[in-house]
Design a protein around this ligand. Structure first.
Ligand SMILES: Cc1ncc(COP(=O)(O)O)c(C=O)c1O
Length: 203
């Protein structure tokens, strides 16, 4: 079989060992005689797999004990709605750095749901060739959180360090660089990403 390496932004290349293990274990997960595609999502067998995945993430990312690791349906787009609905309950106001297509989409979704979204800085004028930054003296206590797209998949820019807002939480979209960069999880209130693009940096 010819092997194709996909270096495009988006779906991640998986290590061969992982693909081979999936193939081997697909007919019978953990020797159960059933495929993971066939078992109940409420069974102990599946719950153990989920618990292992949570523990692995905690170790890989150094996730502190006071953070939850949650798995949802709906991908990054679902979180554009879930984040404001669950977290913007105090002021119903969100601050945003407009770094490109996905930041705009997040802001549009929150606006559609009736939240007030303030774009604190934008690099739209230069076609997002650079990143917008926070004015570090700005007090953001009137906002429920700051939304930041850590890796701008389409424009090819990334925050290698988070912009740290004063007096509010940071919500980070890591849809396209989750586990590919090392961040200090404690800097964030919420990190979200979709499984289809998870790329684990090896070595
Ligand atoms: C940075 C970023 N945010 C959000 C999304 C949307 O994520 P999903 O496709 O999981 O809804 C994408 C998808 O490409 C993305 O690259």
């Amino acid at each position: 079989m010819m092997k194709i390496y996909n270096y495009a932004a988006g779906p991640a290349k998986l290590p061969d060992q992982v693909i081979n293990q999936i193939q081997e274990e697909l007919p019978s997960v953990h020797g159960s005689g059933m495929s993971i595609l066939e078992i109940s999502h409420r069974s102990a067998l599946f719950e153990n797999i989920l618990a292992d995945a949570q523990q692995d993430l905690r170790e890989l990312m150094g996730i502190p004990d006071n953070y939850h690791v949650l798995f949802f349906q709906g991908g990054g787009t679902g979180q554009f709605a879930a984040a404001p609905l669950n977290l913007a309950t105090n002021h119903r106001k969100i601050a945003l750095l407009d770094s490109g297509h996905w930041a705009t989409r997040a802001g549009d979704e929150a606006t559609k749901l009736g939240f007030s979204v303030d774009t604190l800085a934008s690099t739209k004028d230069n076609h997002y060739q650079s990143l917008p930054h926070l004015d570090d003296k700005q007090d953001l206590s009137g906002y429920d959180y700051l939304h930041l797209t850590m890796n701008n998949t389409i424009e090819g820019t990334a925050y290698h360090q988070p912009e740290l807002p004063s007096n509010t939480e940071l919500v980070a979209d890591m849809s396209s660089n989750f586990l590919a960069e090392t961040y200090n999880v404690a800097d964030f209130g919420l990190i979200f990403a979709g499984a289809q693009k998870i790329s684990v940096r090896l070595g």
